[in-house]
Design a protein around this ligand. Sequence first.
Ligand SMILES: C[S@@+](CC[C@H](N)C(=O)[O-])C[C@H]1O[C@@H](n2cnc3c(N)ncnc32)[C@H](O)[C@@H]1O
Length: 443
Amino acid sequence: MPPKQQQQPKNQVRKLNSRAAAAKICWEIVDQGRSLDTALADHVEQQQPSPSDKGFTQELVYGVCRWYGELNLVAKKYLRSPIRKKDRLVHFLLLVGFYQLRHLNTADHAVLAETVQGCKQLNKVWAKQLVNGCLRNHLRNPAEVADAVSASHPEWLQKELAHAWPNHALAVMHANNQRPPMCLRTNQMIQTRDAYLELLNNETIDAVADPHSMHGIILQTPRAVGDLPRFFEGSCSVQDTAAQLAATILDVQPHQAVLDACAAPGGKTAHMLECMNNKGTMHALDISEKRCEQLNTTLKRLNLNADIHVTDASLKPNWLVPTGGYDRILIDAPCSGLGVIRRHPDIKHHRRLSDIEKLNEVQARLLNNLWPHLAQGGLMLYMTCSILPSENEHQIRKFVTKTDNAQIQMIKHSMGLKLECGLQTLPGLHAMDGFYYSLIKKV
Ligand SMILES: C[S@@+](CC[C@H](N)C(=O)[O-])C[C@H]1O[C@@H](n2cnc3c(N)ncnc32)[C@H](O)[C@@H]1O
């Protein structure tokens, strides 16, 4: 009698190695439209990988999402015909293999053995020979891909960037495909930046003061937040340099009345409250209930207070606006996110040109609806993490042209491109994410 095959108990999750896991997650992101963060978080919850497996899977997922266009061209060179739709997992496993061979220093024998093993784990035993053959062919004769960086961006995005930033588009795309540094914002209510640098130093965590932000620190190597001294006591937060500029540009002070109109998950709300020494009025709005819960968690960890409202800030207020209006309003508007691709490479796979028009409408509504609630002499900061003019400079130009009492203020910061209505940072040019800021005074 043939030996009885071992049955997998029902509900028991099959353990996947990092390569198989990364292939499955990339398939979910690219073909199924899932966000990288949630796909990765679900994987960790289901599989409970060791910290090193988790880190390596993450590296593979980010890498394949970043270099997807290039890796697809490479796959084409080694496959006689495209892999069938129902076997897309095999296609993604191949990309995971090519990514390791082309962009990592992993030993060749480990890449081959573990990636081929992934076929079995994904229930695609038939594909072992195919994957093995393609990877071995690549080792013997590595394919060359012209303009791999551009090829790894959708065509519509290449065109938009070339149109908006003819002299910088390539540098931006190059930066989009790099691993960004991990940046911290120290909580000045607890300790100075220098004092926190010393704490990091005591833990032998290599870090330097961020030359472009007042409270920022840049880590030499990314770390889990649990490794950061006194993180859970609120001593610091993870936030890119560009996001840290918001509170400084808006010049938020203690005892002011401040509105953060699109506040969740709360990075900038928290920074503004730290600048206010947690004194004054902070109304934090967001349309998403789930994200407001995250905002609440952020503020709790940092021991900060705000009135949080789940609401559509582009409609008539259903919260109590202070008499005389707000001293400061921040509109961190919903946007395409095209300035933060290096941190969220799945944006390249999910964003469509047709999204931009809808976003432009919401952005204009937010500006028009919130302006009446700014106090005379008060400041409004409109910002996005986009690098497309239609979401930024064009949007503000339209707004100030039709708003008599709106006066553009000069933003004094050494970084960024100074435009007629605001400041634009570009990844690849300014050592930070790509953000736009326009500071407007009510006169
Ligand atoms: C760029 S994110 C904000 C990030 C946040 N300021 C931070 O620093 O953590 C934009 C936010 O706008 C929210 N949003 C989108 N449309 C909105 C609307 N009409 N009213 C209020 N919030 C909105 C989204 O849910 C999202 O959380």
